[in-house]
Design a protein. Sequence first.
Length: 282
Amino acid sequence: MSAVTQTAVLDRTAPRPTGAGQVRQILTLVRRNLTHIKRQPEMLTDVTIQPVMFVLLFAYVFGGSINVPGVDYKPWLLPGIMAQTIAFSAFIVAIGLNTDIGKGMVDRLRSLPIRRSSILVSRSIAALIHSSIGVAVMSVTGLFIGWRVGEGVLRGLLGYGLLLLFGFAMIWVGILVGSAMRSVEAVNGLMFTTIFPITFLSNAFARTDVMPSWLRTMAEWNPISALTQALRDNWGVAGAAVRADAPWPLQNPELATIIWSLAITALIAPLALRAFNNRTTD
């Protein structure tokens, strides 16, 4: 036992690789995180079955009761579903990181000559890949319900780029929650009671101009609304134009999405790093 402990101490005090060595560490850990999906394909239900179910339910069940004048609701809805899915990347990384910490995987990695940042970077990349699978599935689903990218390849790619940028910001929220909460159940409870309602309090599923004034203000300044509007504009969704008196984030959704993403990252990242360090430091 003492020999094992001594080896761990020696490994943890060894120089941590940088440059190409750290890149190899990150790629190895990304592969390890993605291997879990291969061995447990049910982990993909939140980015495959669930988003498709939302699209079908809102498009064909609830869509008839949601009035968006002069607009085909199904293609109008799809950007909102995608924005919701990428926001849930925080959920993915929070559960994965919390599980690794709780089961001692992070401590095991720290006993090796590995940089601590590699753990978070690899978890973030894996979460983005995980969420991107959902976006790809929904893009294919959208083709079957009438959604098309109507503004050209470059603007179409810009929309997907904004999705990934916002997803990166949400990953820091996941790192904070995953590090601060003491169990997966606590992570589930907190994320469902915060992110889930926030995605609905937006223009993702319904018009904001019919909401009460106080609720409309909250919805239109919601970062999910800016992202959804940016996707609708860049993908040429019919009826995506906002009213003349709409607030600045909806008038300039691309810039607003970038600002929101950078602001969330700047505010949450230091808190997330502190929480992770506190949780994983002896």
